[in-house]
Structures are given as C-alpha cells and as structure tokens.
Design a protein around this ligand. Structure first.
Ligand SMILES: *Cc1c(COP(=O)(O)O)cnc(C)c1O
Length: 383
C-alpha cells in the first residue's frame, strides 16, 4: 500500500511498506531468501535489492516525511555511504568536513582515519554553537551534524546550521539516530541526507546491526544506491525483516521510553544525591538545549546522561551495582542499559570521566528509578 501523506507517523509506521491488499495476499512482506530473481523484473540480483529492504525503506521514508531511504549493513555503513558523497582530492585540494566535537565515536574515528589518509580535512566544532558552525562551514564540502549529540546530549539548531552550510556550498548530513524520525525530521529542517543506526531505536530490540540513509534529492539517492550496490556491504534479508517488524512498534516504544526518560531526568535532577553531579536531558528546563529542543524536536528522546561525582571509579561502581539496568554498550532497545562512555579508548577526552549514558527502555519507571537510586548509593561506598 502506498501511504497517503496526511496520515500521522503512528499510522504510517504500521501501514506503510505492506504488500498490495489482494485477496489472500500475506499481510507482511514475506522473508525472501534469494540471491537472484527471474529476469526482466525490477531487481535482478540480491546485492541490488530485496522486497524486504523495499518494505523497510518505504516505511522509513514515510516516517521521515518523504524521500528515498536505503537500508545499509550497519549505521557505520550508512555513515560511509554518506561520506562517499564527498568530492575526491583534486589538484591537491582536500575536501573539508565540519564535524561535531562530540559525536558517535565510530564517526569520529572514521573521519580521523580519512584525514590521516589525506582524503579529508576535519574541522571540529561545538554544534550547539550555530555561529561556530557557520564560520567553520566556510570552504567546507560537507557539514556533518548530530543532534542530540552522543553522549553529551548537546542540541544543534539543524535549520540554522543547514542554511549556513548551504550558503557556503556544503552538503548537510544529520545523524538522527538519537532522535528517531518521531523526534525530529532533519529533511524538513533543510538537511540533504539523514543517517540512522537502525540497530538502535528503529529495530529496537538489540538483535540486529543495520543502518539507513534517507534523502529527497534524486541525484544523491542514486549515488547512495550505487555505493551500496558496488561497495557491497548489504543488509541480510532476515535482519531486514526483523528491523521492519521492530519499526512497526517504533511510535509505541519511543513514546514510552521518552516518557520514562523525562520522568527519570526530572527525579534525578531534583534528587540532590552526593554521587550525582549533573543530569543531562533536553527535557529539563535548565538544560542548555531545552528551549531549542522544545522548538525543533517532537519529543526529547530517551537518552539521558549523568555525571557521577568521583569520576571513573565511582561511575564504574554505579554501573556495576544495577540489577534492572543492564551494563552494556549500544542503546535504543526495549531494555534499559547504561555505560560509562570513557571506558572506550575511542571516546574523546572532553567527555567527563564520570559521565554515564543511560538508554532508557520501556520497563516500569518506578522499577528503573529504585534501581538507579540504589546504584547511586553503591557508588558512594568508597568515597
Ligand atoms: C550506534 C551509532 C552509530 C553506528 O551504528 P552501527 O549500527 O553500530 O554501525 C552511528 N551513530 C550513532 C549516533 C550511533 O548511536
């Protein structure tokens, strides 16, 4: 069924990307285990397409407000595809990329590797500072934005930064993984390409690794599709099927997880606990990103960060002491997880040693709350 644009996201998540409503037809796109197709159809080979990819892509594009979505083998494959839009080094001129000083660590590492290979020059900025982004964008080929940022939850004015970047002639890519299409629509705000780690909220059950790009520019869509076809990092049909099943409940999961996150952030902020230095979540009126997020976003998202007093050791005691929250990396699943980000060598050193990122799930909020408070008490043990 082709979705009509007047439907709300909660409806589109359920109704888009379905087989035609013919008598006896399956309700869900069946899992297609095939590497090749009978000749003269729309797709001839499994590296070029799969009906389950198409069903997922139609649904995601509908949620982003229209455009072309392409499912990728991982969020990093989606990031690589977006970076393939950069011009090559020509006559010694190396393309300039403006990137957030705080971003997903894989994105930062990939840009560092490309810079070390002489393929890009990277200029890092605080993306919450629109004037700094506008200045840095002068001469840039691409401006990479992430909002809210991982793991500091800074909020970027996507419309203002995209306008400044376009004025400077740069392409604008937004990694919208934390917000999901239900939290913000970067293409409506002027971005050229949206990147998602489908691994996180879109699939939502911590059981697959996938990514996606979305654009409304047909020329860019063609290049992204060709990148996937020829670089060859493609999603498996079964992973795509699981992701599509997850996408059907995205509105329900995001609504519940975001409500839990805002409630936990509010309670933590009011707690006055000696092991707690700071709570970061754009729903909090005193958060630096609050006003902008209230205008730009359709929700505040379900990632919260807390700065544990006492740095690394206290934060490690905190994450080791929970029994409902799971100590694990990644985010966006139905289960609540938490992690001290600086335990990764790749995390930049402007992220506080004691910062713990909370990926709030869909469990009962009081169970999550009691567990957090007990773990904060445990963090104090050796202070
Ligand atoms: C996880 C993540 C990625 C990378 O996605 P993978 O699916 O792990 O490759 C990119 N950006 C953000 C914001 C992420 O959280």
């Amino acid at each position: 069924m082709v979705p009509t644009p007047d439907l709300s996201p909660a409806t589109l998540a359920v109704t888009a990307g379905r087989p035609p409503r013919d008598p006896g037809a399956p309700v869900n796109e069946p899992l297609s285990w095939t590497s090749t197709y009978v000749a003269d159809g729309p797709v001839d080979y499994g590296r070029g397409g799969n009906p389950v990819w198409t069903a997922f892509e139609e649904t995601l594009a509908a949620l982003e407000g229209g455009g072309t979505a392409r499912l990728m083998a991982s969020g990093m494959a989606a990031t690589s595809a977006a970076l393939s839009l950069l011009p090559p080094v020509r006559d010694g001129l190396v393309p300039l990329v403006v990137a957030p000083r705080h971003a997903y660590s894989g994105t930062t590492a990939l840009l560092d590797d490309l810079a070390a290979a002489g393929q890009v020059v990277v200029r890092r900025v605080d993306v919450a500072d629109t004037a700094a982004v506008a200045t840095a964008a002068q001469g840039a080929a691409l401006v990479w934005l992430e909002s809210p940022t991982n793991p500091m939850l800074e909020v970027c004015d996507i419309a203002a930064c995209a306008a400044a970047a376009h004025e400077a002639g740069a392409l604008v890519v937004v990694d919208s993984t934390f917000a999901t299409p239900l939290g913000q629509r970067p293409l409506d705000l002027g971005a050229d390409v949206v990147v998602h780690s489908v691994t996180k909220y879109l699939a939502g059950h911590s059981d697959v690794v996938l990514g996606a790009v979305v654009t409304r520019d047909d020329g860019l869509a063609e290049r992204l599709t060709r990148h996937r076809l020829l670089r060859g990092a493609i999603p498996g049909p079964a992973e795509a099927w699981l992701a599509l099943r997850g996408l059907r409940t995205l509105p329900l999961r995001v609504e519940r997880a975001s409500a839990n996150a805002a409630e936990l952030a509010r309670r933590l902020d009011a707690l006055d606990h000696p092991a707690l230095e700071r709570v970061r979540h754009p729903s909090l009126p005193r958060d630096p990103g609050h006003d902008l997020a209230s205008r730009q976003m359709l929700g505040y998202g379900a990632i919260v960060a807390v700065d544990v007093a006492g740095g690394e050791e206290a934060a490690e005691r905190f994450v080791a002491a929970t029994r409902v929250w799971l100590h694990a990396t990644s985010l966006g699943g139905v289960e609540s997880t938490l992690e001290r980000r600086r335990r990764h060598a790749a995390e930049v050193d402007t992220v506080p040693e004691g910062l713990v990122r909370l990926s709030v799930g869909v469990e009962d909020v009081d169970d999550l709350w009691e567990d957090l408070v007990e773990a904060l008490d445990a963090a104090l043990d050796e202070l």
